[in-house]
Ligand binder design. Structure first.
Ligand SMILES: NC(=O)c1ccc[n+]([C@@H]2O[C@H](COP(=O)([O-])OP(=O)(O)OC[C@H]3O[C@@H](n4cnc5c(N)ncnc54)[C@H](OP(=O)(O)O)[C@@H]3O)[C@@H](O)[C@H]2O)c1
Length: 303
């Protein structure tokens, strides 16, 4: 973008190549997944966070493509590898990227760049949300927004760790959310906390709030329980629950976590969902489609 605004603010610009520094990787991007945060950034919602940035502003936090160069000290990737990366703070909608090596790992075997680009950002955020709550096998985790990218990965990761998962879904998403591994599915909505309490009268041990319902979901959690939030909500101090606002940048250079996501995708424990691809030139159309809502799986730009 050279101006913030609606979807039409997205257009093609030429940017100079970045130098490759030690510890970094140059990626010829083939695919960049579109996330809800990209539309916020495009609209100018984050200018206060990045006051020093100047135009052109490039959205995107998820990329996959071919490794074309590796800097000194990078030994886990080689030229020619198909790789996936989390791009922090943003900038993934770009034909070529230079990224810290710790944010880039091989794409899961047998997965193309389009599908691989849907994993890093939300997979890592799901990992962070679970890390913060530190639940033990057998404990109960509730997940809202479970049909979404973040929520879906939380459900799948939680099941690999022996948690009991209760997740919300619209009627039309119930089968999807069950297929992700949720043990119990309740109807989504403003009263989701009541529905969760109906299943677990003492409250759940943890809750990952992918639907960003904030105070509405806290009553689902038992006293002393934990909540991970993804848009800054930090709790209301009315309840003795521990609320952890999670930011993917806190885990964006955890290469081991990114590699584990790769292995889980290869094992089928984590599934990658693509709704539709768009050539990068049609990014505006893709943003329009995302903002209309109801998309299941990620929209992905191809380069
Ligand atoms: N802090 C971070 O670092 C970080 C990282 C990743 C994601 N996030 C944030 O996490 C949130 C989820 O991301 P995502 O990519 O998973 O989004 P997504 O794929 O759109 O999933 C969100 C899900 O929540 C549902 N939902 C929305 N509002 C709801 C409501 N009021 N009640 C019940 N369900 C509702 C959506 O349904 P509909 O599609 O039908 O509305 C969708 O199924 C976003 O706000 C994103 O920006 C933050």
């Amino acid at each position: 973008m050279t101006e913030f605004g609606g979807p039409e603010a997205l257009h093609i610009v030429d940017v100079p190549p970045q130098p490759l520094s030690p510890g970094h990787v140059r990626l010829r991007v083939r695919a960049a997944a579109i996330n809800p945060t990209d539309t916020q950034y495009r609209a100018g919602a984050y200018t206060a966070y990045y006051p020093d940035e100047t135009a052109p502003w490039i959205p995107g936090m998820d990329a996959a493509g071919d490794v074309v160069d590796v800097g000194e000290g990078v030994d886990h990737l080689a030229v020619g590898d198909l790789a996936m990366a989390v791009v922090v703070p943003h900038g993934a909608y770009c034909e070529e990227l230079v990224l810290p090596g710790a944010s880039v790992v091989k794409a899961p075997a047998g997965v193309d760049a389009v599908a691989a680009s849907t994993l890093p950002m939300n997979g890592l955020t799901a990992r962070l949300a679970l890390n913060r709550m530190s639940l033990r096998p057998g404990q109960v985790l509730a997940v809202t927004g479970a049909a979404g990218a973040f929520g879906g990965y939380v459900v799948q990761l939680a099941k690999t760790e022996g948690l009991t998962v209760i997740a919300d879904a619209a009627e039309s998403d119930e089968e999807l959310v069950r297929s992700l591994g949720a043990d119990i599915v309740v109807r989504r909505g403003d009263d989701v906390a009541d529905r969760i309490r109906a299943e677990f009268p003492d409250g759940v041990d943890g809750l990952a709030d992918g639907s960003v319902q904030g105070p509405l979901v806290l009553p689902a959690v038992k006293d002393g329980g934990a909540v991970s939030t993804v848009r800054g909500y930090a709790g209301d101090e009315q309840r003795s629950v521990r609320v952890f606002p999670c930011l993917v940048r806190e885990i964006s250079q955890d290469r081991a976590a990114l590699d584990r996501l790769r292995h889980l995708a290869e094992d089928g424990a984590v599934t990658l969902r693509v709704a539709q691809t768009f050539p990068a030139e049609q990014a505006s159309d893709a943003h329009r489609m995302l903002e209309r809502g109801g998309i299941r799986g990620r929209l992905v730009l191809t380069f």
